[in-house]
Design a protein around this ligand. Structure first.
Ligand code: 16G
Length: 245
């Protein structure tokens, strides 16, 4: 935030440049969630920018939901969004999970089409050597908050037309009488690479969860093989454990 770092020539209005710098400080953890922002006049003194510019920058962060203002006590970095509690014993879809919580689902398509399967898709889906595969890659958002990137692969006899999936994959499958009834899920920790981190709106290298789900139909056929990357700060996964006998 040093003075002298600010000029119009290179990068748009000064207040937006300042807003950008402050939001970087938040995503890099220099300004912790819930902590107070320095007062306007301090930021103005630090940066050499006018108080009007500082006020506009903070106003922008408030609009973006990164900063909250409390009457009489100033501006604070918004507290982290609460984690969602997700059961590990029920086979549900993203759309169902969010609807149950009263959250809206948005899906951003990253890819959707018919491909030659990769060797691990051939194995996971038990495909014959000449079969193609339907792939769906999506960013899933809950109330506008990016939660997960999901990359699903399905045999074409389960999903002949990937374009038919508008919102819910399980919804589309259920309409065809092909709702999965059982799944195996594997969870591991990862550090998100640059592209996936950018899509999930976190810094590259941030902790994430890699979740692989292979789901099955009632007749035993494999329905889907999905590899998902979840934001590490978005969920608590909950399982009930019982004494083994
Ligand atoms: C869940 C599943 C994913 C499935 C999707 C269907 C995990 C880790 N993944 O997100 O495998 O494809 O639901 O959701 O739980 P949809 O019906 O909303 O498309």
């Amino acid at each position: 935030l040093d003075p002298g770092n600010w000029s119009r020539a290179d990068g748009g209005p000064l207040y937006l440049q300042l807003a950008e710098k402050l939001s970087e400080a938040v995503s890099q953890g220099l300004l912790a969630p819930g902590s107070p922002l320095p007062p306007e006049r301090e930021i103005a003194a630090m940066t050499g920018l006018s108080r009007v510019t500082v006020r506009k920058a903070i106003g922008r962060l408030v609009e973006d939901g990164l900063v909250i203002q409390k009457q009489g006590s100033g501006s604070f970095v918004a507290p982290p969004a609460p984690r969602l509690e997700q059961s590990l014993s029920r086979l549900t879809s993203f759309t169902e999970d969010m609807a149950r919580r009263g959250l809206s689902t948005t899906t951003l398509w990253l890819d959707r089409g018919i491909y030659i399967p990769s060797p691990d898709e051939v194995v996971a889906l038990g495909l014959s050597s000449d079969a193609s595969v339907a792939r769906l890659a999506r960013l899933r958002l809950a109330d506008g908050r990016p939660m997960a990137i999901e990359r699903a692969a399905l045999p074409l006899d389960i999903l002949p037309d990937p374009g038919a999936v508008e919102v819910s994959l399980y919804g589309t499958l259920a309409e065809a009488g092909l709702r999965p009834v059982r799944a195996l899920q594997r969870i591991s920790a990862i550090n998100l690479g640059r592209d996936d981190a950018t899509t999930l709106e976190v810094e590259p290298g941030t902790a994430g969860l890699r979740i692989e789900r292979t789901s099955y139909l009632a007749d035993g056929r494999v329905a889907e093989f999905t590899r998902s990357l979840y934001r590490g700060d978005a969920y608590n996964f909950v399982a009930e454990l019982r004494l083994a006998r």
